[in-house]
Write a protein that binds this ligand. Structure first.
Ligand code: NDP
Ligand code: MG
Ligand code: MG
Length: 328
């Protein structure tokens, strides 16, 4: 079973007097930078030259600087940029300016695990990854709570990398909830699998297949949208609050019987095999190669697939029905 660290295991003092450079001010960057700052730590947000976000950082009361300048002074450099730009930014601006003895931190393991960023051996390389979106990381911190985090160490040059990561987890509020120890490999592979097979890919494909099955059988698209897409939230909220058992307390016996007898026929052995294949492609680097090359080619396949789904009937019907729901 996993090791979980809490506030008492973290010494935020390790980061006092150190300069923290937060690269990027998007979902995670904004939350981490503000939480660290409110924890009394010295944070500079690093942005590309000319970015409109400089003003936003200043409005939030934080320091901002161009990437090269912020990195050159930093004791800890945090990669809170989109994963697909991290390697270019690392090679062009971070590596040439990195101070001796500085540490590098990630919120997702992709670029280290798949060898897109290869830091020198004398640098600490660690991960602190909140298991929630940036807005929640910030809102819970302000409320005196925190989002559970993962911690992983890729390189421990100083012998203090884990303590540094725990200090950071405390600084962003994650240690208030708990910090689970993992590895770059485990975090990267499980994160990719979850989003591909279940959370994003599996979920949207399941809803779309259900919608199309009803519409193809002659039912009204409006009915199909409510049944197969809109009502997902009610079910997921109940599972989120109390697991499958809790959810089943709120649905009818008829729904429950259909659930336990038909569900396994939808997600059958064939689907399991597909899941295993998808996991294998994550483990053997095939998915990473495809995604990296897709970006280098300016995303032709990615854009075409997104456009096709945006033009799907379920999106048009959904937009019409949501306009009837003025609470959304
Ligand atoms: P975002 O897409 O929100 O990051 C946007 C920020 O990156 C902006 O400030 C943008 O600058 C900056 N940026 C983009 N391209 C460049 C570039 N070429 N040079 C310099 N700055 C650039 O990222 P996320 O917060 O979603 O993700 C950050 C990391 O956190 C990733 O590793 C991700 O996997 C991980 N993560 C994300 C989670 C999430 O909820 N989103 C959850 C857990 C982990 P500008 O302001 O100038 O446009
Ligand atoms: Mg994830
Ligand atoms: Mg992910």
């Amino acid at each position: 079973s996993v090791t979980i660290y809490y506030q008492k295991d973290c010494d935020m003092g390790l980061l006092k007097g150190k300069k923290i450079c937060v690269l990027g001010y998007g979902s995670q960057g904004r939350a981490h930078a503000n939480n660290l700052h409110d924890s009394g730590l010295d944070v500079t947000v690093a942005l590309r030259e000319g970015s409109a976000t400089f003003q936003r950082v200043q409005d939030d009361g934080l320091k901002a600087a161009p990437v090269a300048q912020a990195v050159a002074q930093a004791d800890l450099v945090c990669f809170l940029l989109p994963d697909q730009v991290q390697a270019d930014v690392y090679n062009a601006v971070v590596a040439p300016n990195l101070k001796k003895g500085a540490a590098i931190l990630f919120a997702h393991g992709f670029n280290i695990h798949y060898g897109q960023i290869v830091p020198p051996a004398d640098v600490d390389v660690l991960m602190v990854a909140p298991k929630g979106p940036g807005k929640l990381v910030r809102d819970l911190y302000v409320a005196g709570q925190g989002v559970p985090c993962l911690i992983a160490i890729h390189q421990d040059a100083s012998g203090k990398a884990k303590d540094l990561g725990l200090a950071y987890a405390a600084g962003i509020g994650g240690a208030r909830a708990g910090v689970i120890e993992t590895s770059f490999k485990e975090e990267t592979e499980t994160d990719l699998f979850g989003e591909q097979a279940v959370l994003c890919g599996g979920l949207t494909a399941l809803m779309k297949a259900g919608f199309e099955t009803l519409v193809d059988a002659g039912y009204a698209p409006e009915m199909a949208y409510f049944e197969c897409i809109n009502e997902m939230k009610l079910i997921v909220d109940l599972i989120y609050q109390g697991g499958m058992t809790n959810m089943r307390r709120f649905i009818s016996d008829t729904a429950k019987f259909g659930d336990v007898t038909r569900g396994p026929r939808v997600i059958d052995d064939y689907v399991r095999q597909n899941m295993e294949e998808i996991l294998t492609e994550i483990q053997n680097g095939e998915f990473a190669r495809e995604w990296i090359l897709e970006n280098k080619a300016n995303r032709p396949v990615f854009n075409a697939l997104l456009r096709a789904d945006e033009a799907h009937e379920m999106e048009e019907v959904g937009a019409r029905l949501r306009s009837m729901m003025n609470w959304l």
